[in-house]
Design a protein around this ligand. Structure first.
Ligand code: PEP
Ligand code: MG
Length: 325
């Protein structure tokens, strides 16, 4: 079976009815890039930049970050690398960025909220990313965007740093895509408006499910309520994809749901453009996509979003997709 998947590695990911998908890798260290390439990743859908900040006493300099990003971007050649700006707070803490104790850290000072409040962290990171953009195909995304203003502010800072770099004589790629993580239900509800401002969405299902169902993603006691296949989640994802496509924008997903075998048939039938996951899952997902027809799965999508329970959705997917056995 490994051998059969191996044959998929150098081909594009196309469904049985000819729809093209991109299956990309989530990476957090340079070693992950090697895995991603060996496992047939068609790009990097999520570069978690937190690793550069870990196990250190001070913030990494612009130069240190530039060298690291350049290495990722050039290693992937002309395949897209979607870098996410620093996503700390919530469950992720750093020694050198002191954050006050919060009663509800997942609802508190995290991700882009920290970036906008602490430009001395965000600006050097953006400059380093911009400088690395000429070595391959870089895209940049901001985590945990909740409002249009936040995206506009982050984007304005990015544009400002770009202008400064160009004035100082640095090369910066012209075609850098700028997008956002879609992790907050309010954003999904308002997706048609956000879609006008972004180049792409990447759905962070880990957080989106947590916030939509009000279930702490790390709390074992309520894990039974953490349901990626809940009809409410499916409706939300479908709405986001439709809103983005209506504006000509692409949508990826980089949470665990993107490699959930029961979710993949639904997501491809809804038209999700990019699936990003840990490298060990890539060939399995690519193989599944090759076997399935998005057209034939349309009745499944219709029934799943109209189901009453997650159990019902799971049963429907198993019925419609015998290939999962
Ligand atoms: C997500 O929320 O789905 C995601 C990919 O981000 P993280 O898991 O790093 O919060
Ligand atoms: Mg997240």
């Amino acid at each position: 079976e490994q051998q059969k998947w191996g044959a998929l590695k150098d081909k594009q990911t196309v469904s049985a009815d000819g729809r093209r998908f991109e299956v990309a890798a989530n990476v957090g260290t340079f070693a992950d890039i090697i895995d991603a390439q060996e496992e047939g990743a068609e790009g990097i859908g999520l570069l978690r930049t937190e690793f550069l900040y870990m196990n250190r006493d001070e913030l990494p300099s612009e130069e240190q970050q530039f060298l690291a990003y350049k290495r990722f971007v050039s290693a992937m050649n002309q395949q897209r690398v979607v870098a996410r700006t620093l996503d700390i707070g919530g469950d992720k803490q750093l020694g050198m960025v002191k954050l006050a104790h919060e009663d509800n850290p997942y609802l508190g000072f995290r991700a882009i909220r920290i970036g906008l409040a602490r430009p001395e962290i965000l600006r050097p990171q953006l400059r380093a990313l911009l400088r690395s953009s000429v070595y391959g195909r870089l895209a940049i995304m901001f985590p945990m965007i909740a409002t249009i203003e936040e995206f506009q502010q982050a984007r304005a800072i990015l544009d400002e740093e770009k202008e400064r770099l160009v004035r100082a004589g640095y090369q910066v790629a012209k075609n850098i895509e700028v997008g956002m993580m879609l992790e907050i239900p309010a954003v999904a509800v308002m997706a048609e408006h956000f879609a006008k401002y972004v180049d792409f969405f990447s759905i962070g299902s880990n957080d989106l499910v947590q916030y939509l169902l009000a279930v702490d993603r790390g709390n074992q006691q309520v894990a039974y309520l953490y349901q990626e296949l809940h009809p409410a989640v499916l409706r939300m994802v479908k709405q986001v994809i439709e809103a983005a496509h209506a504006e000509g924008k692409w949508v990826g997903m980089c949470g665990e749901m993107a490699s959930n075998p029961l979710a993949v048939p639904l997501l491809m039938a809804m038209g999700l453009d990019e699936f990003s996951m840990s490298s060990s899952q890539i060939l399995r997902v690519r193989s599944l996509i090759h076997q399935l027809s998005t057209r034939k799965l349309q009745p499944l999508v219709h029934r799943a979003i109209n189901a009453e329970t997650t159990a019902e959705v799971q049963k429907l997917v198993r019925e419609y997709v015998p290939e999962l056995k």
